[in-house]
Write a protein of this length. Structure first.
Length: 118
């Protein structure tokens, strides 16, 4: 027997994994954006110290050499990507269930332990 639409919505979302924890998603998004912002600032500082020049403003600018444009793009992409991953993993480990619905550090699979051990 099919439940009325309002009763189905009260029991859960129509699409598993698509609903719910908007607070955790918002925190993850904000943390990722903050990590990307800080990583970019650090990478700009390091680039300026290493090369003695400001990083290229636009990679497609004809005054910027291809090598410099590619080096800047790769450095920025790797730096921002690593910062976001580390930040989100740290948050997940620290706050686990609140952010993602997983056990996090409080669950059975702590760092160095196997999940199947009692």
């Amino acid at each position: 027997m099919m439940l009325p639409t309002t009763q189905r919505l009260q029991e859960g979302t129509a699409m598993p994994g698509k609903g719910g924890d908007y607070g955790g998603k918002a925190v993850s998004t904000m943390a990722g954006a903050a990590a990307a912002f800080l990583a970019r600032k650090a990478i700009v500082f390091a680039w300026t110290k290493a090369t003695g020049r400001e990083p290229p403003g636009k990679a497609e600018d004809p005054d910027v050499s291809l090598g410099e444009a590619l080096a800047w793009t790769v450095a920025l992409a790797i730096g921002v990507g690593v910062a976001r991953v580390l930040t989100l993993r740290l948050l997940t480990r620290r706050f686990g269930r609140e952010l993602t619905g997983t056990a996090g550090a409080a669950g059975p699979a702590k760092l160095g332990e196997r999940a199947d051990r009692g």
